[in-house]
Design a protein around this ligand. Structure first.
Ligand SMILES: [Fe+2]
Length: 252
């Protein structure tokens, strides 16, 4: 069954979701981070990368020839922290609480173009924030969200350096309430006791995956914010490498 986060039942005529989770959910999330942080192991940014085999690698392979020239260039340097808060976006209706604690979302059913996304969470003084909760959820290689289970959903905590690492795929575009959505990854970021940043991450115009025109998709997406574009390198060894640093406020 196809689910797009902008196509919940009645969504076509219903009100837009709030730009921020409602007060009840915000309270719930704060309680959540307090209750679970001690039991979750942070994901080490330097963890080894698994060998690339199988369908996912085959999917990524389709993007290799056209982007090989980019793979030969030096990796993009993550911009220095500006102190400017990462812009917020809508949550959408398909956020699910109680996602698994994991930084690796790759399961046998996930066959999209691989992406290793990493970065740092800073406060507005550009101080890295350890033990910061980051929640990711996204659609799959077909533009479908898993609402029955937790495929391509997970949360993790930044390590002692404020870094995170997510192993996932590049999501596909889909049609929803706001028209055709460019590929994006939904994210929530929260330091203990602080407000929740709800936002969406996007991909550069020259991204090559699933034969889609990312430039046209980005240009047509009414929700897209270029400030939330992932720095992307590759593909190399069957996967893209992305970086995105968050800057959040730590005070409610
Ligand atoms: Fe979405």
């Amino acid at each position: 069954m196809r689910y797009a986060d902008d196509m919940s039942p009645g969504a076509a005529t219903g009100p837009l979701p709030p730009a921020r989770a409602d007060g009840e959910r915000g309270s719930s999330r704060r309680s959540f981070i307090r209750s679970t942080s001690a039991g979750v192991t942070s994901v080490a940014l330097g963890a080894s990368v698994a060998a690339s085999t199988g369908p996912a690698a085959e999917a990524a392979e389709t993007a290799r020839p056209a982007t090989a020239r980019r793979a030969a260039l030096p990796l993009a340097v993550t911009p220095a922290c500006s102190g400017q808060e990462t812009p917020a976006s809508i949550e959408g209706p398909l956020f699910k609480p109680n996602s698994p604690a994991r930084g690796d979302l790759i399961t046998p059913a996930i066959r999209g173009v691989r992406l290793d996304l990493s970065g740092v969470v800073y406060d507005t003084s550009c101080t890295p924030l350890p033990e910061t909760l980051i929640e990711f959820w996204q659609c799959d290689q077909n533009g479908d969200y898993d609402t029955a289970g937790f495929a391509l959903r997970g949360h993790q905590y930044t390590d002692s350096r404020g870094t995170y690492l997510l192993r996932t795929i590049i999501p596909r575009d889909y049609w929803g309430r706001w028209g055709q959505r460019a590929p994006h990854i939904h994210t929530q970021v929260q330091v203990s006791g602080g407000p929740v940043l709800v936002t969406q991450l996007y991909f550069p115009d020259d991204t090559q995956a699933y034969g889609r025109d990312f430039s046209a998709l980005n240009a047509a997406d009414r929700l897209l914010n270029r400030a939330c574009t992932i720095e992307l390198a590759g593909p190399a060894n069957g996967r893209y490498t992305g970086t995105f640093d968050f800057v959040i406020t730590t005070k409610v």
